[in-house]
Design a binder for this molecule. Structure first.
Ligand code: K2U
Ligand code: ZN
Length: 176
């Protein structure tokens, strides 16, 4: 397992639609392991493959943050994920993104989603997600379609955040 660098916005790889994963191979298993290690280290509750520069339709998530007494970690790997049902009811959550550090905005999404995906076990899985799990799953699926949470904001706010990130990346490059 190894930690990998997280790509920062703006970057063309974060705007691309990722292709399906044809099969669960040892390479995919190693990538999923690295994604989980990088996510926990960030720390985060989700991470999508394109955020590591891997243009593949898979993401990891673990929203069991131990806030609930006795809640055990539940690392999940979702390959070729799709939403097969979503509630009309919506929830608003102050979202952030590991590719857009220190920037947050209230984003409204369906409160509940039913997802179908291919697991590392090669089986097809289906599950309903609510709460932070639902928000995170939709945020990560957006990453696989080249969409960032700032794309839900108005153009001025999005440009402001992008300019801040360009400055952040310039200053970080000077430190290297
Ligand atoms: O994809 C990512 O960049 C990781 C995201 C996932 C996420 C965003 C918004 C809402 C839920 C999940 C986060 O940066 S992970 C950081 C985090 C930690 C605790 C709660 C929410 C977000
Ligand atoms: Zn993100």
């Amino acid at each position: 397992m190894s930690l990998r660098p997280i790509i920062l916005h703006p970057d063309p790889r974060l705007k691309k639609v990722c292709p399906q994963v044809p099969a669960v191979t040892d390479e995919i298993r190693r990538l999923a392991e690295d994604m989980l290690e990088t996510m926990y280290d960030a720390p985060g509750v989700g991470l999508a493959a394109p955020q590591l520069g891997e243009m593949k339709r898979l993401f990891v998530m673990d929203c069991a943050r131990g806030e609930v007494e006795g809640e055990k970690p539940r690392p999940m790997v979702l390959i070729n994920p799709e939403i097969i049902w979503q509630s009309a009811e919506t929830s608003t959550y102050e979202e952030g993104c590991l590719s857009i550090p220190e920037q947050y905005a209230d984003i409204t999404r369906p409160s509940r989603v039913r997802m179908r995906w291919l697991g590392l076990d090669g089986q097809t899985h289906e599950e309903d997600f609510t709460g932070l799990w639902a928000t995170c799953a939709q945020h990560e699926l957006d990453h696989l379609n080249g969409k960032l949470f700032i794309d839900y904001l108005g153009p001025m706010r999005r440009q402001l955040i992008t300019r801040k990130m360009l400055k952040f990346k310039r200053e970080r490059a000077k430190q290297v």
